[in-house]
Design a protein around this ligand. Structure first.
Ligand SMILES: [Zn+2]
Length: 203
């Protein structure tokens, strides 16, 4: 097998993962150039391109996505991403936060502001980069949504995926679409449908 043929095979794998924005391509070509030996080894073993995206490259891509939202939402400016290979609770993503201030009461609901420390993403080698980005966008939506509880009989029940959460998630996805991070435009129904399938993994 010549190296030219191997390179073409690699490029076809890139098409398959739908990474089509210019800045993501920049990282991929940078990665291809500095990791060509590893790539050739993997191609010879007939593996998939995205399974060899190294943690540092994934980290760069996710940091770039987060930085777009840090410009818009000042209170998440110090939030960082922690990539983990084996999360304790097997979540695809987690938004680690503290509650601040007093509860605000509105009808049968009460809410508190949040201060987010970091977002944990499960870097499972079987996940595609698009899945990791969607998980990050989901967690960013948690980071900009207040903590909300609803009173049921005499108990306060946490509403982690409240209506407000989905409103914010749509907003985040719209910004992601405008910045060519994702290629699909979501409405509330298609989002809940997508998120429902993922929710058992995400937190
Ligand atoms: Zn969630």
């Amino acid at each position: 097998m010549t190296s030219i043929i191997q390179f073409e095979h690699t490029l076809s794998c890139i098409d398959n993962i739908n990474v089509n924005s210019i800045w993501q391509m920049h990282y991929i070509f940078h990665f291809l150039m500095i990791n060509i030996e590893k790539i050739l080894i993997v191609i010879l073993h007939d593996d998939l391109y995205w399974s060899i995206l190294m943690a540092t490259e994934i980290s760069d891509i996710l940091d770039n996505v987060l930085s777009i939202f840090k410009k818009k939402y000042e209170h998440i400016r110090n939030v960082y991403i922690e990539l983990v290979s084996t999360p304790q609770d097997n979540c695809a993503g987690k938004c680690v936060m503290d509650l601040v201030g007093d509860f605000k009461y509105i009808g049968k609901m009460r809410s508190k502001d949040v201060r987010v420390d970091y977002i944990q993403i499960h870097n499972d080698p079987t996940y595609k980069i698009d899945d990791l980005i969607m998980t990050l966008l989901h967690e960013i939506s948690h980071a900009i949504t207040p903590y909300i509880e609803r009173k049921v009989k005499n108990d306060w029940i946490i509403m982690d995926h409240s209506h407000k959460f989905y409103e914010n998630f749509l907003l985040i996805l719209d910004i992601a679409y405008q910045n060519k991070i994702i290629t699909k435009k979501y409405d509330l129904r298609s989002l809940k449908n997508y998120d429902g399938k993922q929710a058992h993994n995400a937190d």
